[in-house]
Design a protein around this ligand. Structure first.
Ligand SMILES: *Cc1c(COP(=O)(O)O)cnc(C)c1O
Length: 374
């Protein structure tokens, strides 16, 4: 079987981990600092805070903005996408906030920004978007929508970008996580482009949020203080969400390696874009000239998905929709709403192997198999 997802691990990682494990110090230490400095340089943004997973980053991001806060109009609401890993949305529930689903744009598989604009109210505490598959949301248009909302209803909710798929993706020449004025959260989980084994990164839009995030990821306690002679006060309680030096060592070993990983995902995607453009019963997603996807996965929309999966399975090609729509789960039934855009495509989405492990021969075989019909 040609796999759909794989762990991209550099040859240098095992020795780097062995060194930390044998060093006598395995917690959050100098390697976390070194990793953060390297990540800040990659994104050209100094306001980065590593955490132990993307999920923790999303949880803390919402906590910074609105955690457990009942406003004058009742519990706050977060506008969010139903087409994502459940981690995105369970972070909202974990903060005791309410979900308000935004419809999906069938062209991009990202949130439908027109629908989002309509749903902003004084109860909106935050807007959660996912750069699905690594294809950036139209961030400038989103800012315009927020400008208009501010003028209309007097609120300007913070945007949280779930960039778990989008390491090294760019929008209008800037990396996602560069300087777009939002909170951006990356995942360094096992099968993401850049892996720490498990880990995550928050990018914050102000010094104040940056400082709070870096304190609240570890109980709210200032690290490095002289605890005995000058015990640090904890003005605000926090979580145990910090990254360890073990995971930072893996991340550091993979940081440059991930550049090649992303490049190969893009090469394979460009090959499919050309090879699959005119296949009957198949529709590719949007490619706008002002942004570059990182193609963590390669989603397409196919007629007769059952038949497609059977055909690929028989050929030894692993395919999947990767993420199930979240809005139909029982635990969020109270938030169900009409999502006609998502309804139109949910049963047609399927992803084919696009990653660094897919060879020239394999991608040709995959494209030929698809083109031969199902
Ligand atoms: C992987 C993923 C997450 C969660 O990241 P973890 O690091 O596994 O906690 C969140 N959102 C999306 C879209 C993901 O793909």
């Amino acid at each position: 079987m040609i796999p759909l997802l794989k762990v991209p691990m550099s040859d240098r990682a095992p020795a780097a981990v062995a060194e930390v494990v044998g060093s006598g110090f395995v917690g959050q230490g100098p390697l976390v600092e070194e990793f953060e400095a390297a990540l800040a340089a990659k994104l050209a943004n100094p306001r980065v805070v590593t955490v132990n997973s993307g999920t923790s980053g999303l949880h803390l991001a919402l906590h910074l903005l609105a955690g457990d806060d009942d406003g004058p109009d009742g519990p706050g609401e977060v506008l969010t996408t139903p087409l994502t890993m459940e981690a995105t949305n369970w972070a909202i529930l974990a903060n005791r906030l309410r979900i308000r689903w935004v419809d999906i744009d069938p062209a991009t598989l990202n949130v439908d920004l027109d629908d989002l604009a309509r749903k902003i109210t004084p109860r909106t505490r935050a807007v959660m978007v996912v750069h699905f598959a690594g294809y950036p949301v139209d961030l400038d248009r989103l800012q315009t929508i927020l400008d208009e909302a501010e003028a209309r209803v007097g609120v300007r909710p913070m945007v949280i970008e779930d960039a778990a798929h989008a390491w090294r993706a760019t929008y209008r020449g800037q990396p996602i996580g560069g300087t777009h004025g939002n909170i951006t959260v990356f995942s360094f989980q096992a099968v993401k482009h850049l892996t720490c084994g498990d880990g995550g990164l928050m990018v914050l839009p102000s010094d104040q949020l940056h400082q709070r995030a870096s304190l609240l990821r570890w109980f709210g306690i200032r690290r490095g203080a002289d605890r005995l002679r000058n015990p640090p006060d904890v003005p605000e309680w926090g979580f145990k969400f910090h990254l360890t030096d073990i995971n930072a060592a893996i991340g550091l070993a993979n940081l440059e390696y991930a550049e090649g990983v992303v490049a190969r995902h893009r090469e394979n995607a460009a090959f499919y874009d050309a090879a699959l453009a005119d296949v009957p019963g198949l529709e590719l997603t949007e490619r706008a000239a002002d942004r570059e996807s990182s193609f963590w996965i390669y989603p397409m929309k196919v007629e007769d998905r059952e038949g497609f999966i059977k055909r690929m399975d028989a050929a030894g090609i692993m395919v999947s929709n990767v993420h199930e729509r979240n809005d139909l789960h029982t635990c969020v039934r109270e938030y169900r709403s009409a999502l006609p855009g998502l309804d139109r495509i949910a049963d047609r989405i399927v992803c084919v192997p696009v990653g660094w492990w897919v060879t020239d021969e394999q991608r040709e075989f995959i494209a030929d198999t698809i083109a031969s019909g199902w």
